[in-house]
Design a protein around this ligand. Structure first.
Ligand SMILES: [Zn+2]
Length: 230
């Protein structure tokens, strides 16, 4: 008589942590970080298909205009943890969610390696691509949130989405490859990722759809990606 096999319960993905600074803890000397820690895009898909990826500063990292020392953009120190928030890094852009009222508006993320046109950016949620500019792709999610992806390989983006009817996307679908397109200006190889959401009056946005801190949603989604539950 055959023995009844003992059922093994499905394995729960073990929590995976990685070194990351707290939200609002900007690179020293690069500005004052946002104090808002709201998870603005709960459940979103991390916007780069595969780990590792490195959230950090392009301007204050090696190879940037305000680099901490000699080294190019491909320096190993840029391609290592810890992660660092740069949503409120010093810029002249209006940003009501930053202590000074100005800031960077998004988070910069380097892909796994210092190569253009290799690493896929993917849809943070299902929705529709509403605009493809010279270096910006805009995704309107089904939640009503807006995600903007900057510096992708735009020729590749346009080839993927040749007509308006081709622009409905599913969560996790390829949008384009991380590159350094900037409408003719120079930048490093990275994804600049933004989230816009309705912010209640008093939160800095006066009830309007505005740029919101990205870091907490990126930490949340990257943890799930590392756990195999993107
Ligand atoms: Zn940026």
């Amino acid at each position: 008589m055959a023995e009844t096999p003992v059922e093994t319960p499905p394995a729960t993905p073990a929590p995976v942590d990685w070194p990351h600074e707290a939200g609002g803890a900007l690179h020293p000397g690069s500005g004052s970080g946002a104090t808002d820690a709201t998870l603005w895009a709960a459940g979103m898909r991390f916007p780069i298909e595969q780990a590792p990826a490195y959230a950090n500063s392009q301007v204050y990292g090696y190879g940037g205009f305000a680099a901490p020392g000699p080294g190019g953009q491909c320096d190993d120190r840029n391609y290592s943890y810890p992660w660092r928030d740069n949503f409120c890094e010093s810029r002249s852009w209006t940003n009501g969610m930053c202590p000074t009222g100005k800031g960077h508006q998004g988070q910069d993320i380097r892909p796994a390696t210092c190569e253009k046109k290799v690493h896929w950016a993917v849809a943070a949620e299902s929705g529709r691509i509403t605009s493809i500019g010279s270096y910006t792709v805009t995704l309107l999610g089904d939640s009503g949130r807006i995600y903007r992806y900057l510096h992708l390989d735009m020729a590749g983006v346009n080839a993927l989405f040749p007509t308006p009817v081709s622009r409905n996307v599913e969560r996790g679908q390829h949008i384009g490859k991380v590159s350094a397109d900037f409408g003719g200006s120079a930048t490093t190889i990275h994804l600049h990722f933004e989230i816009k959401a309705p912010v209640a009056s008093g939160g800095g946005g006066g009830g309007a759809v505005t740029f919101v801190p990205t870091y907490s949603s990126l930490v949340d989604s990257y943890g799930r990606l590392l756990n195999g539950a993107a």
